[in-house]
Design a protein around this ligand. Structure first.
Ligand SMILES: Nc1ncnc2c1ncn2[C@@H]1O[C@H](COP(=O)(O)OP(=O)(O)OP(=O)(O)O)[C@@H](O)[C@H]1O
Ligand SMILES: [Mg+2]
Length: 282
């Protein structure tokens, strides 16, 4: 979208090349003394499947939280198709076309599966439920929302659970519900935080098939993943985070051959000047 230069506040995040859907510039978040995220520049390619990898604590989840409005950065700018997103709450960002799922599923256990879907049509989990339910007018939107919910539940193979409380779903089914729910707002980009974590191999395969199918329909997918076989099998691009920074970015084959990546996983990639005194644990 080369015409999207009218939003002055997005200027710093809109100088990407034409095929980036999401642009991130100078996004930084510290917790006390720990810099969890310090991403100078990151462009997410439109229509691609991008894996975000990196050791535990690298800042992957924090980055997702920041970009989707669940947390506020200390500094930085980011834009979705040229539209600045700084300061917007999750439901506004969702309506602009970007949604996320959570590393730990957040389905509302006491609501039915179908109700979970309906709530997601208007909001993102983490918002106050009452507000979400209020905004979801049964009369006005019930039919349209219910129809889309049914379609998605069907697609993800959990339609038979529609009337059950979400709390009765298995862990894997809950992951499917998370993904189905994320699609209620018809996003153009989804951010999946460890979609396959704790999911059995058969269901993992099914989740990956869903990701591929969504991508083939034009959806941009960003996902956090620890399993390198999954990463190598499905991603077009891989971004490596280490200690909050983008260590490298590229095609999967390029990235795994990068020595710095191996070092980061072995915990030897620290910039000595920034490392607080460590007691020898060798
Ligand atoms: N709310 C918080 N308060 C304090 N520190 C936090 C908070 N959230 C994250 N952190 C810290 O920020 C760093 C990055 O955490 P984050 O959860 O983003 O990592 P991650 O890459 O998602 O790790 P994992 O692979 O284990 O999920 C860690 O040092 C973590 O302890
Ligand atoms: Mg995480």
């Amino acid at each position: 979208m080369s015409t999207a230069t009218s939003t002055a506040t997005a200027a710093t995040a809109t100088d990407a090349d034409g095929d980036a859907i999401l642009t991130v510039r100078g996004v930084r978040r510290a917790f006390g003394g720990i810099v969890a995220v310090d991403v100078e520049r990151l462009d997410i390619r439109r229509g691609a499947i991008t894996a975000i990898i990196g050791p535990n604590g690298a800042g992957k989840t924090t980055l997702f939280n920041l970009l989707t409005g669940f947390d506020r950065p200390d500094a930085g700018a980011w834009a979705l198709e040229g539209r600045a997103l700084e300061g917007l709450p999750p439901h506004r960002i969702a309506r602009l076309g970007m949604v996320r799922t959570f590393q730990l599923t957040r389905s509302l256990g006491r609501l039915t599966v179908l109700e979970n879907m309906a709530v997601a049509a208007q909001t993102q989990p983490g918002e106050r439920l009452e507000r979400a339910l209020l905004r979801w007018s049964w009369r006005a939107e019930e039919r349209r929302v219910a129809e889309r919910a049914r379609e998605l539940l069907d697609r993800f193979g959990i339609a038979h659970m529609a009337r059950e409380q979400a709390g009765t779903l298995s862990g894997g089914q809950r992951k499917l519900l998370e993904m189905a729910r994320a699609l209620m707002t018809e996003p153009r980009i989804v951010m999946l935080d460890e979609p396959t974590a704790g999911v059995n191999p058969a269901l993992t395969q099914s989740l990956l098939d869903h990701m591929r199918a969504l991508n083939e329909q034009g959806m941009t997918i960003v996902f956090v993943e620890h399993d390198m076989d999954v990463v190598m099998g499905i991603s077009d691009r891989v971004v490596v985070l280490a200690e909050g920074r983008v260590l490298t970015e590229g095609r999967p084959e390029e990235v795994v051959a990068d020595e710095r990546v191996i070092e980061a996983y072995l915990g030897r990639a620290r910039a000595p000047a920034e490392t607080p005194a460590e007691d020898g644990d060798a």
